[in-house]
Design a protein around this ligand. Structure first.
Ligand code: NAG
Ligand code: NAG
Ligand code: NAG
Length: 332
């Protein structure tokens, strides 16, 4: 037993003793998120959690001194290293753009509203939780399809990610190991429909076979549109004209993982996108006498993360985090 424990700690490259002052906080966090660990795993997970907690506290101290525009908070991913987090959750594979699709381009003189929020118009379902499965692409795709169905029928129907995970492999999607929003839309197009979450519930695994039932069709897709790559102007016009639009961002940084509130503007994200999300609007807020514009993005990491499950991401800052690099939407 002692030998095993020594090995485990050596493998993780760490051997610091837990901070006794954090005992109560650790127990509280475990119980809040229903975490249980077998034997030696607990010490290693606690050490990761303590490291994450210290980095979060450090960032928030800097934020209160005016060094950042957004705050962080501990969440249910607090026992994962950055690397584990990215392997488990960030399942968007950048497309090589070979799908047949229409291109949505910015129209020079077009006026868009100053603010758009499709949540207020009834287009957006409650925030979901992808669990430990790299299925963000499926959540992003259902989000755009849910908006489309609402526009067509006036009914908000929660659509099935599991249907996409189980049935769109032949298009190159890879379940919990990642996929493409465009290929999810293409599946709905080719398949002639998609089931609702109610009849085809989410399992957070990708080992089940396809159980699509055409009798229970809840959505359709007749074509896939790509937003001109890298153009935030085109993305703004698409969001204003169409409804919620699927986007991908670079979500690999620690700051993104533990984002809590404010306008996210970290320099630690690149334009190499890896995480599917849903742009449900944009707006502007007054920060220290300046107007700061942001995108409103819906995530699938539960309501615990961010602003009740959403992030406000700095807009008009050279395509920050690649938000306009791989945007797409379905039409009927
Ligand atoms: C659907 O979209 C069209 C234009 O894109 C709009 O005119 C119409 O009001 C929308 N319907 C609903 C129910 O929001
Ligand atoms: C999808 O398309 C089919 C065939 O055009 C139609 O019968 C059905 O009502 C549509 N369903 C939805 C949810 O739009
Ligand atoms: C901020 O935006 C408001 C409304 O669009 C505008 O009236 C105001 O002049 C802007 N302020 C600055 C500092 O740009």
């Amino acid at each position: 037993m002692a030998v095993l424990l020594g090995l485990l700690l050596a493998l993780l490259g760490c051997a610091a003793a837990p901070d006794p002052a954090l005992e109560e906080a650790w127990e509280g966090w475990k119980s809040l998120h229903a975490k249980e660990y077998a034997g030696e795993a607990e010490a290693a997970r606690r050490e990761i959690w303590e490291k994450n907690l210290r980095r979060i506290q450090q960032h928030n101290r800097e934020e209160s001194q005016g060094q950042h525009a957004f705050r962080l908070a501990m969440n249910h991913y607090g026992d994962l290293t950055d690397k584990e987090f990215n392997q488990l959750l960030n399942g968007f594979t950048p497309a090589r753009r070979e799908e047949p699709a229409q291109l949505f381009q910015a129209v020079e003189a077009l006026k868009t509203p100053a603010e758009v929020d499709w949540r207020a118009k009834g287009y957006v379902t409650p925030v979901k939780n992808q669990g430990h499965c790299g299925s963000c692409w499926a959540f992003s795709a259902t989000g755009a399809l849910e908006g489309l169905v609402f526009n067509q029928t006036g009914k908000l129907v929660v659509l099935s990610e599991q249907n996409l995970i189980d049935c769109s492999r032949k298009l190159g999607n890879n379940g919990c190991q990642g996929g493409f929003m465009t290929r999810a839309f293409q599946y709905v197009h080719d398949n002639g429909g998609l089931n609702s979450e109610h009849v085809y519930p989410y399992l957070a695994t990708d080992t089940s076979s396809c159980r699509y039932n055409p009798q229970d069709r809840a959505a359709n897709c007749s074509a896939v549109w790509l937003v001109a790559q890298g153009s935030e102007t085109a993305l703004e016009q698409a969001v204003a004209a169409v409804g919620p639009v699927s986007v991908a961002v670079d979500a690999n940084s620690f700051y993104f993982h533990f984002y809590k509130s404010g306008i996210f503007s970290s320099t630690s994200c690149s334009q190499k996108v890896n995480h599917g999300m849903l742009a449900v609007g944009y707006g502007t807020s007054q920060e220290h006498g300046r107007n700061v514009s942001y995108w409103i993005l819906k995530n699938s990491w539960s309501e615990v993360w961010g602003e009740q499950g959403y992030i406000r991401l700095l807009k008009g800052a050279n395509n920050l985090c690649g938000v306009a690099s791989q945007a797409s939407f379905p039409v009927l």
